[in-house]
Design a protein around this ligand. Structure first.
Ligand SMILES: [Zn+2]
Length: 98
């Protein structure tokens, strides 16, 4: 499947990495709206997000972390492409650009 872009996310994948906030190994939902923008990493452990090495803004309301974590877990679970399919999709887009 190619060309299915929903919610402005062109590419998404799952990563395990060290959370910059918690200093622990965590699952991350990583998404990229296009190849021209840096991917955004969202930690499933604390809900913080990062792009370009900078932490995303934290919402100004109580319990935002619970919401952010729940959303990250839903997004993680909804990743439908395998890593190989994601690479294929990126390659297809690069081919179009070239
Ligand atoms: Zn975290």
């Amino acid at each position: 499947m190619s060309g299915s872009i929903c919610g402005g996310v062109a590419f998404e994948w799952r990563r395990i990495g060290m959370c910059w906030t918690e200093g622990k190994r965590r699952r991350f939902y990583v998404s990229q709206s296009s190849l021209w923008y840096s991917p955004t990493w969202v930690c499933l452990g604390c809900g913080d997000s990062w792009s370009d090495g900078e932490r995303g803004e934290r919402p100004f309301y109580r319990n935002w972390r619970a919401d952010a974590i729940a959303k990250a877990k839903r997004d993680w679970a909804a990743v439908s492409r395998t890593p190989a399919e994601t690479l294929e999709a990126i390659h297809a887009e690069l081919t179009v650009i070239a």
